[in-house]
Design a protein around this ligand. Sequence first.
Ligand code: NI
Ligand code: MN
Length: 226
Amino acid sequence: MKITYFGHSCFLVEMGENRLLFDPFIKPNPLASTVNFSAIEADYIILSHGHVDHVADVEEIAKRTEATIIANWEIANWFGNKGIVKAHAMNTGGKCGFEFGTLKMVTAIHSSSMPDGTYGGNPNGYVIESAEKTFYYSGDTALTFDMKLIADEFKIDFAFFPIGDNFTMGIEDACAAATFVKTDTIIGMHYNTFPPIEISEIEVMETARINNKKLILMNVGETIEL
Ligand code: NI
Ligand code: MN
């Protein structure tokens, strides 16, 4: 499984023939200015919630690539009104099979409104189970006790967790979340993009080490294999 980082909470996960793009916020992100935006390809665009720092580039990428959007009902409809017909609407707790594997939409504790203020439904995370690996993309969330349920149902190989604090979990809670879902490997997201979520990379790496977690902080544009 190949993972490429496009800054903030945006990752491209390549699984077999399928390319899954999460929460694209690239063009408005100065930290992602080196990304070759028009070269990004995707088969699915998977969205955690409606905030602009997660959906800013969805319309443009979806129209160019004809990728299918996977999102909650409200977000799928909001993009439907913008002329994007390939959308798969879901809601919290629902599971569905796709070409790449099984995807379950799980709870997140956050808020969700669209960039124009429209109600964006509830925020969510996703667990994706595939022939290769099983991973959890939490989206923007607090630490929640519900995360323990994920470990009951899935064997999580690694998790994408926010570590920037202020709007979401910080590193301590991300380590606790990793313990809840029974994984040792965290890919950090949602940090450094804005002043309130700036972090010391040395400090978060040290906190992860003390908690016996492997924290991966990717450079923008970097691709890793997991
Ligand atoms: Ni948010
Ligand atoms: Mn956010």
